[in-house]
Design a protein around this ligand. Structure first.
Ligand SMILES: O=P(O)(O)O[C@H]1O[C@H](CO)[C@@H](O)[C@H]1O
Ligand SMILES: O=c1cc[nH]c(=O)[nH]1
Length: 243
């Protein structure tokens, strides 16, 4: 069998650096707009993956699907079977405090979660989910150098429940500095830590939990350019990839 149960690419088809949106159509759009010479390398279950170059460096994009179980499958298979070293999630999120506006970028320096992923990996321990410091630093530098406005760096909440109806929980998380709510970052960080890879999530606020402002589905698909620029710069950043 060529590939893994969920990825139909051959050895060497993925670059060591991968951008990972949730939505397969966003993966195609990133391939069309950010990669040169992009070629489709997998489409199992409609989860699209492409490899091309960005600023002359090999770079891949693969969708993750939604939620921790899905992102965990794709991230594990990339790190374990395709020699991938760095994955940066470029996703959408719901903004939590009023200091974060719709369309702002949130770089997740930590990910709280209600998922069992914190408890099941190491017996008796509730794990912290954090990005690679090198990627976080490179993303912060990239945002600063490009004069990116409205980029926030802080903790996010990775929820297992999109339609979670627990206002008191969101209040408590906001009081503790949580900037946004999404569904994959903690799982991606946990997989990277387990597999010895590097990971980061650079999110775009697609809606606001307090004001209820929301981007349309079409805008959600296309408003990521700032986040993708920051993510790509972080992937290509100043930290050497170990052999
Ligand atoms: O836009 P993506 O990257 O899929 O991210 C967010 O959107 C989905 C929910 O609509 C969840 O996957 C959540 O994390
Ligand atoms: O998971 C998500 C993504 C966008 N907006 C939310 O409120 N939650």
């Amino acid at each position: 069998m060529t590939g893994t149960p969920h990825i139909a690419a051959g050895p060497g088809d993925f670059a060591p650096l991968v951008l990972m949106p949730g939505d397969p159509r966003r993966a195609r759009r990133i391939a069309e707009t950010f990669l040169a010479d992009a070629r489709l390398v997998t489409d199992v279950r409609g989860v699209l993956g492409y490899t091309g170059t960005h600023r002359g460096e090999p770079l891949s994009v693969l969708a993750s699907g939604m939620g921790i179980p899905s992102v965990s499958i794709y991230a594990t298979e990339l790190f374990r079977h395709y020699g991938v070293r760095r994955i940066v999630r470029v996703g959408t999120a719901g903004a939590l405090p009023l200091t974060v506006a719709v369309r702002d970028v949130v770089i997740a320096s930590a990910a709280h979660t209600d998922s069992s992923i914190s408890r099941v990996l190491v017996d008796g321990v509730s794990l912290s989910h954090t990005p690679s410091y090198g990627l976080l630093r490179a993303a912060a530098n990239a945002a600063g150098q490009q004069g990116e406005a409205a980029v926030h760096i802080g903790p996010v909440f990775t929820s297992d429940h999109f339609y979670l109806d627990r206002p008191a929980l969101f209040d408590a998380l906001e009081r503790r500095g949580t900037l946004a709510v999404e569904m994959e970052a903690a799982g991606l960080y946990a997989v990277a830590a387990t597999e010895g890879g590097e990971a980061l999530a650079v999110l775009t606020a697609s809606d606001h939990l307090r004001t209820e402002e929301a981007l349309s589905a079409a805008e959600r698909e296309t408003c990521f350019d700032r986040a993708v620029r920051i993510a790509a710069a972080a992937l290509l950043g100043d930290v050497r990839i170990s052999p």
